[in-house]
Write a protein that binds this ligand. Structure first.
Ligand code: DGT
Ligand code: CA
Ligand code: CA
Ligand code: ZN
Length: 570
């Protein structure tokens, strides 16, 4: 099993316990364990193969959880989960995930109206049946219907980071097939979209199609949908569908181009080709019946007088015109990053000490970093002002040991309901950099939310607005906010906007990143790491930045410390 499979199982237990109204600490124990496993650098399977390794040494894993994980490892199943599933209809979990419902209301719907599926819920909401329940009203009922619509639109899409978990070992496995020459994942995965519907793999071999049988024999395959000599499709145990196409070596470039997409980009390029009397398909670019380009992507682009366009830009959002004019951006790369401006230590909800985080950032070659613990408004995870003062003294001490990295004193200051900040000015004055964010009260009107955030941005000490829209991919829509107004205020006030690199946030999203760039607002890409391994999420932030057309100079944390501080200055 993959670590994500273990994590998913523990997460499901947490969900089911929550629906039963179990003790919150018990629920949280499962969630924390799931998170530990999801971000572990070593695989649970290999850990358990090693006799000396002890699961209980991992953070958030006690004796009981270790036993459950071992049972999963040994039998592939978990009796406890099977029992829970008997007691709770699984589709209630989906219902519970609809924004503004949650476990208590899902349970209430189940008990009072016998609602156990999304379809039941939709029927009930449409016939006004929800209005009869205590605590439900017109607004909530309308919100439930919107939530159902959104849920239906996104089912089946995997976050890019989830797809990576399955894609990387599969690609390693496929490369071992007989005679493989080229092997690459095209489609939305290659364009580094934030979610992917399926994986589209292309291969060429020196001879034969042995790779097809090798593919369908892969251990992670649950169903073989098609097994042919040039195209096979499977569904992995995780539900992810994978297509493998074997193409002729002389037309590999054309196939790679075609299956990278996007469809909109392909259609636009095909239109240009048609004007020139050319035809483009997955086998090549043709003038009449004669292929004029097919071997490489560069050839395909050159046949319509375009330079090669990076996959992340191929969305038909102006890249073709800019390419023609010789104005394609030189996209930012991971190695350009020189610091990370958001991470949490043990003082709030992080797992590591500041010392450990500093070591990890030094290992990553960073020149600066900021510790941004939560503030008291987040009851369970917040740090009290007196604790922040102690933390800053500790940072001063620690700083004396290092001249290769600057540890910036900071906090992720909560934006309260009316736009006030959760810490007093005298504490903000002790910080090198002030990061602000909304974490509560998502349901205000667009105008109210915009006013709230703008007011916070206008506070003279603020430098960075973190995860500006609050969305969680596949789980929570952004709160309603006038993003253009936030960009305008950022420009006016000299505030940096964060592109949060957590793979389930990626907030700002690509088009807003581009909007900020066009307005002349600098972006910071921060990992918001809650443990060391999450510092490596930086690559997802950089992927998203590339999709937003950012160059190195558009990103504040690609500059030297002195230049960064100058950019952050109000
Ligand atoms: P996904 O899988 O929903 O995340 O998105 P993609 O972009 O990977 O889409 P997919 O898997 O349906 O197809 C892969 C690529 O194949 C797509 O990006 C462009 C190309 N393609 C598929 N269908 C068409 C089509 O009808 N016309 C054109 N021009 N290209 C297509
Ligand atoms: Ca795809
Ligand atoms: Ca596909
Ligand atoms: Zn946050």
């Amino acid at each position: 099993m993959e670590n994500v499979d273990y994590a998913r199982t523990l997460g499901e237990i947490a969900d089911l316990l929550e629906l039963q109204g179990a003790n919150v600490f018990r629920v949280r124990a499962y969630r924390n364990a799931a998170r530990t496993i999801e971000t572990l650098s070593q695989s649970i399977d290999s850990l358990l193969e090693d006799e000396d390794a002890r699961l209980v040494d991992l953070p958030s894993i006690g004796k009981d959880l270790a036993a459950k994980i071992t049972e999963l490892y040994e039998t592939g199943e978990l009796e406890f989960l099977a029992e829970l599933r008997e007691e709770v209809p699984t589709s209630l979990i989906e219902i519970m995930r609809i924004p503004s419902l949650g476990p208590k209301r899902a349970k209430q719907l189940w008990e009072a109206l016998d609602i156990t599926s999304i379809d039941d819920l939709e029927d009930a909401a449409r016939s006004d049946a929800l209005l009869e329940l205590p605590g439900f009203g017109e607004t909530l009922q309308a919100r439930v219907l919107t939530g159902i619509k959104q849920l239906r639109a996104r089912v089946g899409r995997f976050k890019l980071s989830e797809a990576d978990v399955y894609a990387e070992p599969l690609v390693d496995y496929l490369r071992k097939a007989e005679g493989v020459v080229d092997l690459e994942i095209a489609g939305s995965y290659r364009r580094r979209c934030e979610t992917v519907g399926d994986l589209d793999i292309l291969a060429t071999t020196s001879q034969g199609s042995a790779i097809m049988d090798h593919f369908v024999a892969y251990g992670g395959v649950e169903d073989v949908l098609v097994n042919g000599p040039t195209k096979s499709s499977v569904r992995l145990a995780s539900g992810l569908q994978v297509d493998l196409r074997l193409v002729a070596r002389e037309s590999y470039g054309a196939a790679l181009y075609y299956f990278t997409g996007s469809k909109a980009h392909n259609i636009a390029v095909r239109g240009i080709a048609r004007e020139r009397g050319l035809k483009v398909n997955e086998y090549g670019v043709f003038s009449g019946d004669d292929p004029i380009a097919a071997a490489t992507e560069e050839d395909v682009f050159a046949s319509v007088d375009l330079p090669w366009i990076p996959p992340e830009l191929r969305e038909d959002r102006g890249e073709i015109q800019e390419a023609r004019a010789g104005r394609l951006p030189k996209l930012i790369e991971l190695t350009d990053i020189r610091g990370d401006l958001q991470m949490h230590s043990q003082s709030s909800d992080g797992e590591n000490t500041i010392d450990e985080l500093v070591q990890a950032c030094r290992e990553r070659g960073y020149e600066y970093m900021a510790i941004t613990d939560h503030t008291p408004a987040l009851a369970m995870n917040g740090v009290e002002p007196s604790e922040f003062k102690k933390q800053y003294k500790r940072i001063d001490k620690l700083q004396e040991k290092y001249d290769d990295i600057r540890i910036l004193k900071s906090a992720e200051v909560d934006i309260l309901g009316e736009g006030e900040l959760d810490l007093d000015d005298d504490l903000l004055d002790l910080m090198d950099i002030v990061v602000i964010a909304v974490h509560t009260r998502f349901t205000m009107s667009r105008a109210q939310m915009t006013r709230r955030i703008v007011r916070a941005m206008q506070h003279r000490k603020v430098n960075i607005l973190a995860h500006p829209t609050g969305r969680l991919i596949n789980r929570r829509e952004p709160y309603p906010v006038d993003i253009e107004e936030l960009v305008r205020v950022a420009r006016e006030e000299g505030i940096l906007l964060e592109l949060n690199a957590q793979p389930h946030r990626l907030d700002l999203r690509d088009i807003y990143v581009q909007m900020a760039k066009l307005a002349g607002v600098k972006i910071v890409i921060s990992t918001d790491a809650h443990r060391i391994i999450e510092l490596d999420h930086m690559r997802y932030g950089v992927d998203q930045a590339r999709r937003g057309w950012l160059e190195r100079t558009d990103v504040a944390n690609t500059y030297s410390l002195a230049q960064f501080l100058e950019l952050a200055k109000r």
